[in-house]
Design a protein around this ligand. Sequence first.
Ligand SMILES: CCCCCCCCCCCCC/C=C/C(=O)SCCNC(=O)CCNC(=O)[C@H](O)C(C)(C)COP(=O)(O)OP(=O)(O)OC[C@H]1O[C@@H](n2cnc3c(N)ncnc32)[C@H](O)[C@@H]1OP(=O)(O)O
Length: 719
Amino acid sequence: MALFTLVSGSVGVVTLQNPPVNALSAAVRHGIVDMMDKALSEPEVKSVVICGQNGRFCGGADIKEFGKNMTGPPLVPMIHRIESGAKPVVAAIEGIALGGGLELALGCHYRIAHSKARLGLPEVHLGLLPAAGGTQRLPRLIGVPAALELITTGRYVTAAEALRLGMVDEVTDGNTVDAAVKLALSVAGKSLDARRISNYPCPQPPGLDRFFETAMQQVRQSARGAMAPVACVQALRAAASQPYGEGMQREKELMDTLFHSGQARALQYFFFAQRAVGRWSTPSGSRWDSSKPRPVHKAAVVGLGTMGRGITVALAQAGLSVVAVETHEKQLMEARQAVSGMLERGAKRRGVAPAYGKISYSSDLLPVADVDLVIEAVFEDMELKRSIFEQLSEICKPDTFLCTNTSGLDIDRLASHARNPELVVGMHFFAPAHVMKLLEVVYGPRSSPQAVATAMLLGRKMDKVSVAVGNCPGFVGNRMLKPYLEQAFFLLEEGATPELVDQALEEFGFAMGVFRMSDLSGLDVGWRVRKADGLVVAGASTGPSARSRRGFRYSPLGDLLCERGRFGQKTGSGWYRYDKPGGRVAKSDPWLHGFLEQYRADHGLAARRVDQQEVLERCLYALINEGFRILEDGIAAGPEDIDVIYVLGYGWPRHRGGPMFYATTVGLSEVLERLEHHHRAHPDVPGLQPCRLLRKLVASGSPPVHSWREFIKKSRSHL
Ligand SMILES: CCCCCCCCCCCCC/C=C/C(=O)SCCNC(=O)CCNC(=O)[C@H](O)C(C)(C)COP(=O)(O)OP(=O)(O)OC[C@H]1O[C@@H](n2cnc3c(N)ncnc32)[C@H](O)[C@@H]1OP(=O)(O)O
């Protein structure tokens, strides 16, 4: 798994061979140790180049090995042997040098990177830290503040930034291995004393203690309970305050704790889940590997409100030509200005030129005649969308894909108004659409496999993680949100406050609790949906029907706030109060507390003490239960789809792996037992009634999450 060749008579080239990313598996580590022994012992070899096969230096440790018994040579002594060896070693970095791959390069005496290469220490995203000397060598090379930022965020840098920071010695546009060989020839025989990073003193940031106290405070705040970023700061502090050997010891101790943690398991599961969703399948048998996407060169976006603008920017940044349509002239002008600003800011961040030229604007639909794909992004109104689909069917080429950006409208109904229903799919973007990583691709019963494959690929090109989901009210994400919100309302009726519920959820790791989030997104959004579902009864009635709909428990609390014009941040009050309309700092609202007391009194409800554990069980287990129903219904193909949607679209804490993975860490039988308990207490709440799939999984001994797809398939075939 590592190849040795002698070039130019005296340079030993060691090539890592482990496609697709040359991860440092046990076999690769064995290969490196053997080939380096050969290079260091053979007299004709005067210097060494380490590179990776197929234009990729190294993607780091082999993540698949983490869950197993680790065998093979450990990384730390392997890298130490390279650094302390008597012959100069040059890392030729093409493509990627990530994690253990970059740590390997830091153990070399020189580093040359191709201009298109990306470098980084992303271990923190896997619940780990760079434990092959990365936390000790990087700050010695580029200084503590820069190393701390890179290690705690796991951010990848370009070769140009790496050069600026001092991570690499040279950047080339040409053949990186040739350049590395040339450098290796020129440094053969020279002293290596000044090239061994572990010998460097670690530069001390001014006011060391204060610096680390502030850093720790900031990292703890943004980590929201994740352990790895905190451990990274601790390791960096050891680098700055202790000799190298002691720092390495501290790095190892911290890694031992992280390596065996549930958080590391969750984050590593999530890494593979994000890739698994690309291998989509539908209940009708369409699959990613048998459905060929059609190329999309030119697209149109119809409707330039907040969502349409973000989608336009994401398409243009992905290199597509875009026709952006808004029929109201004034809004078109405003949108044009806003889109240009977004493009400019995005380009500045990415260090490229803004893609203004990719977009043409129009106040009518005619210029969409020759596009390959349209994304309709008008207001969430079936009638309006229907009329646009009818017009598009007239104007567009017969094979144009027609996509709708909707958060829950019926895709199949919309498809029935298109000339070719098989070319229709939903593309549910999340706001802001040019930033958020998630895209739900919604297929209806008539969507062709090619339409699904094309939308999935387009999402990926737009730098999104696309998840294919079936058509049902709310699809996956919003459907699961419904029982979650419902429980939060019920808890207020029973005696909780928005503050208590939000605190429990935020301590669990959500960026925002359910009430603060509702205030941010606007209470009127849910109100409109409930009105459309015929659930809203105007006025504060207090009879038995006030808290019941269609025989089930219903809380009108959200409706009552909306009737009073309390739509959340935008109106300056909702579940909290704000300094002004549009204000962002949520403050506890005595009016709301009084309102809740009066509401309970009017409805004869006695307030009781609700604790944080009950909040978590009622809100999260109801949401998870709906997830099992979604799997049972075939709306999502596997738990990974749901978990990716919840982490990337709904702020579920990544270090808990997503709701379905989290259920396995609690224990499926525990989730079942607590749902049964809460359902007994609230028999008129169907969301708390454990679904069949959960019962079946528990009855089958709670199989691990990665085997659920097979389990669901088998249990379906037995029906
Ligand atoms: C007793 C106590 C012991 C405790 C101590 C033990 C310590 C032992 C370990 C010591 C570890 C030292 C520290 C080092 C840690 C690491 O290096 S962790 C790994 C860090 N690297 C990464 O996180 C890289 C992640 N990968 C990526 O960012 C991307 O995959 C990519 C490399 C940029 C490529 O992207 P792209 O081209 O878009 O392709 P993908 O679809 O993402 O990937 C292609 C397939 O490759 C698989 N893959 C990628 N990286 C890895 C990897 N590092 N290991 C294994 N597999 C990898 C990826 O899963 C894809 O495959 P499929 O899933 O089959 O699709």
